[in-house]
Structures are given as C-alpha cells and as structure tokens.
Design a protein around this ligand. Sequence first.
Ligand code: SF4
Length: 340
Amino acid sequence: MKIGIPRALLYSIYLPLWKTFLESLGHQIVMSSHTDKKILDNGVKFCVDDACLPIKIFHGHVMDLAHKTDAVLVPRLVSIHPEEYICPKFIGLPEMIKHSVPGSPSLLVMDYNARSGTEKAYHGMKTLGRELGASEKLIKRALSEARIRQAEHERRMEREKGLNPAHALDGKGMEGIIRLEQGTIGLIGHPYLVYDQFINMDICNKLAARGYGTVFPENIPMADIEAACKRYPKKMFWSYGKRLLGAGLTMMGDRQVDGLILLTSFGCGIDSFVDELLVIANRRKYKLPLTIITLDEHTGQAGFNTRLEAFIDMIEWRRRYDNYIPAHGLAVYTGKGTFR
Ligand code: SF4
C-alpha cells in the first residue's frame, strides 16, 4: 500500500519510528511536499478558524497527499513521556481531518500514548500493524527496527549541536552553523515552528546571513532539561512545555547563546505560559537579549524581518555600548578602565 506521511507537526522528531515501522511491514511511504504557500492556503481554508497555525498547516499537508496515496497516516499523539501529556489538539487531530478535509482520503490513525509507561506507548502501532494485515512476528520485527532507528535519530539530535532534525531527515545533515563569527542564537519553539523553513520565514538562514549560528531545543540532552526544570516547585506535565523551558534555561544558564528567540504560534496556550517563565527567569538572572516572535497565517515577511533585525541590532549595540548604558542593571563603565 502507498501510505502518505504529512511533513508537518512532529514528523521531524518521529519520522524514523513511523517510516521504518510501515516500510518494514512492506508498505511504500510517500512524504508530502515541504510546506509552501499552496499548503498553507489549503490548510487555512479548510481547517476550523480557531486552530493554531501548525494544525492548519497539517490539514494542508493531508490535502497535498490526498491524490498521491492510498491512505494518509495521522498519528494520534496523546502522551510522549510517562506521566506527561502533549497538547490536546493532537488527540483530536484525526477527527478534525476527517470532518474538515474535503473528500478526505482514507486515514490510518495510529495512537501513541506513553502516559502509563514507554512500552505501552507502542500498543497503538501494533494495533495498526494488525489492521494492515501483518503477522505478529512481522510486527514485532518491524517495531524493533523502528525503535532502533528512532533512538539513533534522538541521539544524533542531542549529539550534534546546531543540527536541524528536519534537514537531517532530508539527508542534508549537519550544517556546522552552531557558532558563526558573530555568535549563537537559541531558537526556542515547537519543532513544527523551529524546523519548518516556510513557517518560520527561513529564520536560520537570515540569522546565518548576519553571522549568527543557531541551537535548537532538541540539541539539549533530556537530563539537562529535567535538571533545569527542577527549580520549579511543580512538575511541568506538558512534555513540550518542559522541553522548551528546560532547553531555554540550560542555554541561558550555560551561556551557550548570545541571545534567545522564542518562536510561538498565535493562540498557543502552552507557549503563553512557558514563554512567560523564560522571560521572568531571564529578567531576574541571565539578562540576555531575548525576544518573542508570534507567527500566524497573517505574519508577513516585512514585519518579521524588522523584528529580527531589531533583535540583532540590540545584541550588537549592547555588545558595543552597554558598558556605558547599563540597560540591564549591570556594571557602569567609568571611563577609567574599571567598572563600578
Ligand atoms: S502546542 Fe500550541 S502550537 Fe502546538 S498544536 Fe498545541 S496550540 Fe498549536
């Protein structure tokens, strides 16, 4: 069977697991195109108005696959780590697609729920394997191979700082741009914003053109993220909230970056909370240049570029003049080679 996988939402993180599993069961995988204007327009047109931009774009990717495949995979991610959840929009995604996409293609819904333990998370994949007519032996072998590939992908993301996982999946690999001549910017946001060049207006290349490398949340080891989040009295039970918060705190705390950009999509409840925690932590302790850029379908290149350029100017002006004008409350330059 020809199965389509939308190049949207968490595909850049979980593609090795899904693709290897389905290919090992003997199916052919077709990826949707990279996000473009047509995909965005279709998503905006057919998804409900209240959804966030990444969910709308997922609809556009399903439409892109509709006439190229026999069925489209729509993962129903409920939880990706024990005792944690991810955004509920992922839970209702198959139903949203079914009722919104015109002439909806045949959908393969694959549940993934690690809430009660990692092993239990794979029940949904086994169920899908059975629905596709595979034997228990083949499902077991396919799942084992898929988990190995997934673990390799996750290790690589943590090992190679500056690696964009979506590029790695396209075979582009490491671009070696973690630190360019001007420094490094931490880009904090959900994978579907940070790794999708169209949605994020090609921010990485724009930063590189100004001499800045980028480091991403997936490049920070989970142990560091857990340790950074321990400072808060309550456990962050949104998995991606924890990753973004812990990654941002680690980057700032270890001085891995010269500034932080928080990319968020309009109307995202998780980001509204996490971004505020990062802003407060930065204001109280780290005092690095930080900005929040909100994306939705109305975001234009011109406004986006202006925000980005203002942020870079802020870093550079601060580097050059901050000894004289301590806007963030640190030492004042006396003009005699000493600070007071
Ligand atoms: S976490 Fe935010 S951006 Fe992601 S799907 Fe949910 S509302 Fe949308």
